[in-house]
Design a protein around this ligand. Sequence first.
Ligand SMILES: Nc1nc2c(ncn2[C@@H]2O[C@H](COP(=O)(O)OP(=O)(O)O)[C@@H](O)[C@H]2O)c(=O)[nH]1
Ligand SMILES: [Mg+2]
Length: 222
Amino acid sequence: MKGNKKITLLIPTKNEEGNLQKVLDTIPDYIDEIIVVDGYSKDKTVDIAKKNKCKIYLDKGQKGSAVRLGVKKATGDYVIMMDADCSNRSIEFELLIAGLEAGYDFCFGSRFIQGGGSDDMPWYRILGNKFFILLVNTIWGTRYSDLCYGYRSFKRKAFLKLGLNSEDFSIETEMSIKVAKGGFEVIEIPSFEKARHAGVGNLRTIKDGYRISKRILIEACK
Ligand SMILES: Nc1nc2c(ncn2[C@@H]2O[C@H](COP(=O)(O)OP(=O)(O)O)[C@@H](O)[C@H]2O)c(=O)[nH]1
Ligand SMILES: [Mg+2]
């Protein structure tokens, strides 16, 4: 609990047995609830979540589906979403919470403003991300500096008003666009993305890049 606000930490997981304990070890005591939405991992991810007394939900969809389910189940006023692969640093919770405390509905981590960065993005993903940012900012008049980054916080009630339906890695893009369309208050905070600790990522550059472009087009044509 920070001030009088209850905080939920939401972690989507898929085969993160080499990372999840390490992530959970860094979670500060003021986090009231940890929700793990697991995509039927074939390893010990769920056992680790159980041992750490996380609330666990199983979801057969992809990351977007897991995030939507997790927020539905969350009971916190504020929700922080974080990856399970040791890429996100819990010291940035303070910034993600400060944005909401200041009155913003959404607070997005950005790897492309001073203080942010990434050890987990090859050049072609930086290029793709930049292209999508340019598209979104041009179409919706926003000034986002990052788009496809999943380290974010928001007021649970504001998130539920967005009516997101992405199944996959386009969830962040859909969120950013609908936040802009809906006139919600949004701020970015700098975030440094570390390289994934163990295992391999599920994001596929071409396939997920295509899905993100499709999502931008769908929203632009509405
Ligand atoms: N529940 C669920 N979580 C997933 C799925 N795919 C990825 N994740 C989780 O979403 C987070 C980000 O995924 P990752 O593969 O690291 O993507 P990247 O960081 O964009 O390369 C990690 O915590 C993954 O374990 C999925 O299909 N289902
Ligand atoms: Mg990752």
